[in-house]
Design a protein around this ligand. Structure first.
Ligand code: PLP
Length: 435
């Protein structure tokens, strides 16, 4: 195990990266409650949804990764959250990058990262993006089909191709292998074609699906990869030197039945045993692991309505309620709250993956919340679409228009998936560093 760096080293690294960051960063102690940080920003004038991003959390996650998996070089998956400050901090720490397109390569380059620190890990790419990658010094490129190999051979002989294989990732929150990865019975043909075309194959890549729920999925993929290393040797190819174990690590404890540590303990020895240190370089492409817990989203209640649920002739129906004192004491009161971010913004995973985001109440200076009474509440996003609903039947106290709800662990696949549907833009971002 490597030692955790000294706080002074972390602060130096932070000072260096912040020096290059265009945005101001508020330094707070690690013990400062997030509610108090949110309250400060609101007092300073935030009026609509905003993110608080703790860069200190990203730094600690990076050091934890290299401590737990000292042999594995992380390549942050930019698609997860292309925040420039985060890219700069990770770059400063020594992290490399996984890019999926020309725009991501350009973004990472613009943060001072050269092409040799990037893997172009999208197995199906427009040829123009591939040319751009090569022109910008990116050598490692994944592929999983014949056309892609031909594309690679047309574009440049400098490319060091990496064969992406499918995994048994059905248990993961977001399985990827129905779309990407060569099947076991396709591998031999692909390797023979690479040999025939003179494409240099550097090694094997896999992804166990984002939000992996089983260590066994990694272990199976490691054994599968070893078989392909052996096959390449049997086919008389140059021995493979690269293993890319992809992402899939949970973003925070409780997100998945397995923790980051379970995965590390499960894979460390298997990797060393199957892929000797002096022969194989191992990399990973963590996305959600680095950023999930760094982001807290504060949203504002922009509208609300109350109704009473009544039973008539065995059928449940909603009846008008104006939230008068007598309604509030009614046990069947239900509330609808409309907030200024929704499933077309940061909460896309509610509809695409069925993820549940739990709101937390936040006392603003304008209202004192009465926690003596909770009512069944729906929280809707701001657009005109009825699927724009974040959570239903969730107990919340009675809240006012102008009050705030906040959500923790909001860094992964939120900002990067948001659209401007109905003219709503992405929340402001405020940076802090809690160390
Ligand atoms: N690498 C590739 C090729 C991916 O497609 C993804 C996510 O889709 C990642 C890495 C990041 O995965 P995660 O956020 O689960 O770590």
């Amino acid at each position: 195990c490597v030692e955790l760096p000294k706080t002074s080293d972390i602060m130096d690294c932070l000072a260096n990266s912040l020096y290059r960051c265009p945005e101001p960063v508020l330094q707070v102690s690690a013990w400062t409650p997030i509610e108090s940080v949110l309250g400060d920003f609101i007092q300073k004038g935030e009026e609509s949804a905003f993110y608080v991003v703790d860069l200190g959390s990203v730094i600690m996650k990076y050091f934890e990764f290299v401590r737990q998996l000292p042999r594995i070089k992380p390549h942050y998956a930019v698609k997860c959250n292309p925040d420039e400050q985060i890219i700069r901090i990770l770059a400063e720490l020594g992290c490399n990058f996984d890019c999926a397109s020309k725009a991501e390569i350009s973004l990472v380059n613009s943060c001072g990262v050269s092409g040799e620190r990037i893997i172009y890990a999208n197995p199906c790419k427009p040829e123009s993006h591939l040319r751009y990658a090569v022109e910008h010094g990116v050598d490692w490129v994944t592929f999983d089909n014949k056309d892609e190999l031909e594309k690679i051979s047309r574009v440049s002989s400098k490319i060091r191709a990496v064969l992406r294989i499918a995994t048994e990732d059905h248990e993961s929150l977001c399985p990827l292998s129905s779309k990407f990865g060569a099947l076991p019975d396709e591998v031999m043909e692909l390797l023979l074609l690479a040999k025939h075309l003179g494409v240099h194959v550097e090694g094997v890549a896999f992804h166990v699906g984002s939000g992996c729920r089983s260590v066994q999925t990694y272990i199976r993929a490691l054994y599968q990869s070893r078989e392909i290393f052996n096959l390449a040797e049997d086919l008389g190819m140059e021995p493979f030197h690269l293993l890319d174990i992809g992402g899939g690590f949970p973003g925070f404890d409780g997100e998945s039945p397995i923790t980051f540590y379970d995965i590390c303990c499960g894979i460390r020895d298997t990797i060393d045993c199957l892929f000797p240190v002096d022969q194989v370089k191992v990399i990973a492409e963590p996305g959600r692991y680095f950023v999930s817990s760094a982001f807290t989203l504060a949203t504002r209640i922009i509208a609300r309505r109350f109704r009473t649920q009544i039973q008539e002739a065995g059928v449940s129906r909603l009846k008008a309620s104006f939230c008068l004192q007598e309604d509030i004491s009614h046990s069947d009161l239900v509330a609808d709250y409309y907030i200024d971010d929704g499933v077309y913004g940061s909460f896309r995973d509610v509809v695409s993956l069925g993820v549940t985001f739990y709101p937390k109440t936040f006392i603003s200076s304008h209202a004192v919340i009465d926690y003596s009474r909770f009512v069944r509440s729906c929280v809707f996003g701001p657009t005109c679409d009825s699927i724009d609903c974040i959570i239903r039947n969730y107990p919340l106290p009675i809240l006012e228009v102008g009050d705030w709800l906040y959500f923790t662990n909001m860094g992964a696949y939120t900002v990067s998936l948001a659209s401007c549907f109905n003219g709503f833009s992405c929340p402001n971002i405020k940076y802090i560093c809690a160390l």
